[in-house]
Design a protein around this ligand. Structure first.
Ligand code: ADP
Ligand code: ADP
Length: 228
């Protein structure tokens, strides 16, 4: 197993008391899986992804990724874990506006432990011909391709995508998801994708449904489409 989570919880202060955004979740993910995390807004999806990615610390439970117990890491260990093992893709691309496509990707690979060749990754996401463009010269879908390239070029074990198509139209969203599927096939990267659009789950192997900080369903994707 790549990820093993036991009783993971996360609380936030709420006025005088506290509020549990994750209430003891258990799950496991195998290397190479694509898992879609569905659930209404505020159900704890981002919190779950951020805990797995070492952006947030759990308040209870244990998280193992590729062997070690991440939930026992020091801050310094977590920083290295995020840098070497995790690629993040967010809804709003987060590209550096003053850098070109290629420079944005290099900014990530320069600090990575075992990066992939940049040219290869730019080709894989279909942005090689636009490598000298700046983010402001690109469409939303193209910017998301670059942000995926930036995450993938680090050669992470885990690609964590938080509403990667949330700002894109439906057709562009489908292209982005096809791209994620091809990344999964090419590099055997394990991918977790948050979406609240159930129409965008066709390519995932598994669906985890979250509600009020709990996993209420964890099933193989009944609508999995064969890769084209
Ligand atoms: P999503 O778009 O995934 O539903 P949100 O818009 O709820 O995410 O939250 C975006 C970010 O803001 C999250 O990463 C979360 O850590 C932070 N956040 C959400 N709710 C609060 C809050 N009540 N107080 C402080 N930070 C919050
Ligand atoms: P989702 O991604 O499913 O929309 P989140 O994980 O962003 O949900 O948030 C789950 C709950 O935790 C929400 O009620 C949100 O407001 C709250 N929350 C998230 N981050 C914070 C934070 N940093 N501080 C306080 N509350 C937060």
């Amino acid at each position: 197993m790549l990820i093993n989570a036991h009783g993971l919880s996360k609380k936030y202060p709420m006025g005088e008391s506290e509020f549990y955004a994750l209430k003891g979740v258990d799950f496991a993910v195998e290397q190479g899986e694509i898992v879609t995390i569905l659930g209404p807004s505020g159900s704890g999806k981002s919190t779950l992804l951020n805990v797995i990615g070492g952006i947030e610390r759990p308040d209870g439970g244990q998280l193992f990724v590729d062997g070690p117990e991440i939930s026992a890491y020091t801050d310094a260990q977590l920083t290295i874990y995020r840098r070497d093992k995790i690629g993040f893709v967010f809804q709003f691309y987060n590209l550096i506006q003053s850098l070109t496509v290629q420079e944005n990707i290099e900014a990530a690979t320069n600090i990575a432990k075992s990066p992939l060749p940049i040219d290869e990754v730019m080709r894989a996401v279909g942005m090689y011909d636009k490598r000298d463009k700046f983010p402001s010269e690109l469409s939303g879908g193209e910017q998301q391709r670059v942000s995926i390239a930036r995450a993938v070029a680090k050669n992470p074990d885990l690609l964590l995508c938080d509403e990667p198509t949330g700002a894109l139209d439906f057709e562009t969203s489908k292209e982005i998801l096809k791209l994620l599927e091809s990344i999964n096939k090419t590099y055997n990267t394990t991918i977790l994708i948050i979406t609240h659009n159930p129409a965008l789950q066709a390519m995932s192997d598994r669906i985890i449904r979250v509600r009020s900080g709990e996993i209420v369903e964890d099933v193989p994707n009944p609508n999995k489409l064969p890769a084209e």
